[in-house]
Ligand binder design. Structure first.
Ligand code: HEM
Length: 134
């Protein structure tokens, strides 16, 4: 596998070489940091929804930090639909930091200054992007 030159992609590639599924790590952290989110997911079939929500969010982040072919638009669309699920915008945005923190813990000494800076930048950009009405 070629290592990507995009630090955001790199961080996901490195995480994938260390763990087969990010899902339990991300949601464990989400539920610890924002306990109120546990009750937001349906009681039946929530694993599928949570897995799919994370996969789509990761695709959107990669596109946002990469070529911006289109998947990044999900972010703006989902701010509005999550309003309907009772997820305030600040909490919606917090999901991206939860993903970043999960990767950082998994990567440990492979979490380079380049990767850290790219994540700082992308989180600020996503915050600005999601603030704009879709
Ligand atoms: C802490 C922040 C978030 C919370 C608490 C949250 C909560 C939820 C809940 C409760 C559902 C399921 C609704 C149902 O049962 O049908 C859902 C679905 C979904 N969420 Fe989130 N969400 C968050 C952040 C995000 C972000 C940042 C994105 C993407 C940019 C996203 C994308 C989606 C998508 C695409 C679905 C539909 C999944 C599917 O059924 O295939 N969510 N979210």
């Amino acid at each position: 596998m070629n290592t990507s030159s995009n630090p955001i992609e790199q961080s996901f590639e490195l995480a994938a070489s260390r763990c087969t599924d990010l899902t339990p790590h991300v949601y464990q952290r989400l539920f610890e940091q924002h306990p109120e989110t546990r009750a937001m997911f349906r009681t039946q079939g929530s694993e599928l929804v949570m897995g799919s929500m994370l996969a789509l969010t990761i695709e959107a982040i990669l596109d946002f930090a990469g070529d911006r072919r289109g998947q990044f638009r999900l972010i703006a669309c989902e701010v509005a639909s999550h309003d309907g699920y009772g997820t305030p915008r600040e909490l919606f945005i917090a999901f991206f930091s939860v993903i970043r923190d999960t990767l950082r813990d998994l990567l440990r000494d492979e979490w380079s200054p380049d990767i850290a800076q790219a994540w700082d930048r992308v989180l600020i950009e996503i915050d600005a992007f999601a603030g704009v009405p879709a």
